[in-house]
Design a protein around this ligand. Sequence first.
Ligand SMILES: Cc1cc2nc3c(=O)[nH]c(=O)nc-3n(C[C@H](O)[C@H](O)[C@H](O)COP(=O)(O)O)c2cc1C
Length: 178
Amino acid sequence: MKVLAFLGSPRRNGNTARLLKELLKGVSEKSGVTINQVYLQENKILGCTGCGYCETSTGCKLEDDMQNIYPILKEADVLIFATPVYWWSMSSQLKALIDRFYALKISEIKSKKIYLLMTYGGSLPNSGAELVERTFRDIFKYIGWELVKVYGACTDEYMPVEQNAEALKEVYEIGRSI
Ligand SMILES: Cc1cc2nc3c(=O)[nH]c(=O)nc-3n(C[C@H](O)[C@H](O)[C@H](O)COP(=O)(O)O)c2cc1C
């Protein structure tokens, strides 16, 4: 099983990264799993220009790090997206990645199981996490890939993920269940 995880937070050692690390710890304890992790902030991912090239040709003509990501994306069985909530939405790094999915010929690549991890500063409801979840549900319903699990952790100033033992345990168990 090939697992591909995208860290959508620009902070490499922030809350979202910590949550993802613990989930991947759970995954790594399973046998027969390969894990690939992409730190989006370190990759050059241009915004989709809507040029239409991918509608008449194969692939995307933009020359950036997506050309390395497309092959591992196609091969993956499981995709994990980890993002902080930014302005009631996902991070711009993650949005840029997903916009570029437009160039994929979905029917020609293997189906995937999807996991979404979020961290957010505000308490529910109205932190924006609900909107990100809804966005993911609609995107992957449209694509036809199963959104298996959505997990969010509130990280207000009193509870960074590092101190949130319950969240760390729960995402570790999610990782084990993949
Ligand atoms: C630009 C920006 C926008 C944010 N917008 C929201 C928001 O809409 N809702 C919310 O609950 N938290 C918001 N936050 C707080 C972050 O989601 C929260 O601190 C998160 O845990 C940060 O993740 P990180 O430690 O991986 O960077 C925002 C933070 C930043 C920097």
